[in-house]
Write a protein that binds this ligand. Structure first.
Ligand SMILES: [Fe+2]
Length: 133
């Protein structure tokens, strides 16, 4: 089982955003443990709900900061948020249909999904905000 650890490489230089990302990584690890421990489908679904809800909240948080500090890349970033949410909801649907079975591919997908979000769009946003805030 792969545990994702926070490291400075993941920092976007804005503490309140880093804090959200640490929380997302934490929930991802809970999911990983749930799969390794063969928890019930109901429990896995609950963890996925928590991950999605936390992501929705986190995206709203970022979008508020973009608005407050007049970030130029807002529309593009919001479009990425929508795509990321669509893809994780799609994944959740597949897992529910598979009675809570989470495959190695699903875990890899989620890992890439988190990394893509943090390391691309958020790095640009972070470097803007750390100067503007
Ligand atoms: Fe983010």
């Amino acid at each position: 089982m792969k545990e994702l650890a926070w490291s400075d490489i993941l920092s976007v230089s804005v503490e309140e955003i880093d804090e959200d990302h640490r929380k997302l990584l934490h929930i991802f690890n809970i999911l990983n443990h749930a799969v390794a421990d063969r928890e019930s489908a109901e429990y896995v679904a609950a963890v996925l709900d928590e991950l999605i809800n936390c992501t929705v909240w986190h995206f709203s948080h970022e979008e508020r900061l973009m608005l407050k500090y007049g970030y130029g890349g807002t529309e593009e970033h919001k479009a990425q948020h929508r795509r990321l949410l669509d893809s994780v909801r799609e994944l959740q649907k597949g897992i529910l249909q598979a009675q809570g079975r989470v495959s190695d591919e699903d875990i890899e997908f989620l890992e890439r999904w988190l990394a893509e979000h943090i390391l691309t769009a958020d790095m640009r946003l972070g470097s803007y905000l750390s100067r503007a805030m």
